[in-house]
Design a protein around this ligand. Structure first.
Ligand code: AP5
Length: 223
């Protein structure tokens, strides 16, 4: 049976870092809407042209665009073992649309880990983030520096700072996307007993350990 999860949390809490690691270790698909949108911007598609400015100012891309993107991704292959949704759903409309899609696929969300971290720590963490131009590999100037400054260890492409990683935009994203839009989504999954809070303030290794314990419990419950 596939293991399907949603990673939630404010911007910069470490969802993408952990989702990439866990997905690779456990053979799950890592489906990150932010990465998909940035790829569209990079490729200069119509979607990318629409999304670029919205993302740069810290707003949400319209629900119908994102829901269509996820519908297409989930109906494609590569999710047989399960998936981690990273950055979706972010609004109640997205959560309800996801449930309808999963019903159609006869799949169920097993858990919703929520990465907890306060705003000032997020600002500091995101300030040091650098990502690679080719494939969005994530680094941090202090906690995860590349071997050669400014160059991705994996594919050799240039590292850059995202347009939406400026402090004013981080604060906007936190307020509009986390405090406002995500609150009803959190309630939605709490009502369904799926939320598991993760202390995201520790080192990457500490957060990994907490998450691996959760995956161990979920896998044991299925065997
Ligand atoms: P998206 O890319 O999803 O941004 P986000 O949710 O704001 O999340 P981030 O990628 O900023 O952070 P993260 O939690 O993954 O942290 P990371 O692991 O990188 O979305 C971008 C935009 O796209 C949105 O603003 C919106 O416009 C649009 N969008 C996307 N999805 C949408 C949707 N569903 N609906 C509408 N619009 C949508 O870690 C951060 C840094 O900290 C890194 O440098 C990392 O190395 C470091 N780090 C990680 N863990 C630790 C640790 N434990 N200790 C110290 N440093 C750490």
């Amino acid at each position: 049976m596939p293991l399907d999860l949603i990673f939630m949390g404010p911007p910069g809490a470490g969802k993408g870092t952990q989702a990439a690691r866990v997905a690779a270790q456990r053979g799950l698909a890592h489906i990150a809407t932010g990465d998909m949108l940035r790829a569209a911007v990079r490729d200069g598609t119509e979607l990318g042209r629409q999304a670029k400015e919205i993302m740069a100012r810290g707003d949400l891309v319209p629900d119908e665009v994102i829901i269509g993107m996820i519908r297409e991704r989930l109906s494609g292959g590569g999710t047989e073992n399960g998936f981690i949704l990273d950055g979706f759903p972010r609004t109640l409309a997205q959560a309800e649309a996801l449930d309808a899609m999963l019903d159609g696929l006869d799949r169920r969300i097993a858990a919703v880990p929520v990465f907890n971290l306060g705003l000032e720590a997020l600002v500091e963490r995101i300030g040091g983030r650098r990502v690679c131009r080719a494939q969005e590999h994530v680094y941090h100037l202090v906690t995860k520096p590349p071997a050669v400054p400014g160059i991705c260890d994996v594919d050799g492409s240039e590292l850059y700072q995202r347009d939406d990683d400026r402090e004013d935009v981080i604060r906007t994203r936190y307020r509009k996307q986390w405090e406002d839009a995500a609150t009803p989504v959190l309630d939605y999954y709490e009502d369904r007993d799926l939320v598991v809070f993760i202390d995201a303030s520790g080192t990457p290794e500490q957060v990994s350990q907490e998450l691996d314990e959760l995956f161990g419990r979920l896998e044991a419950a299925r065997s």
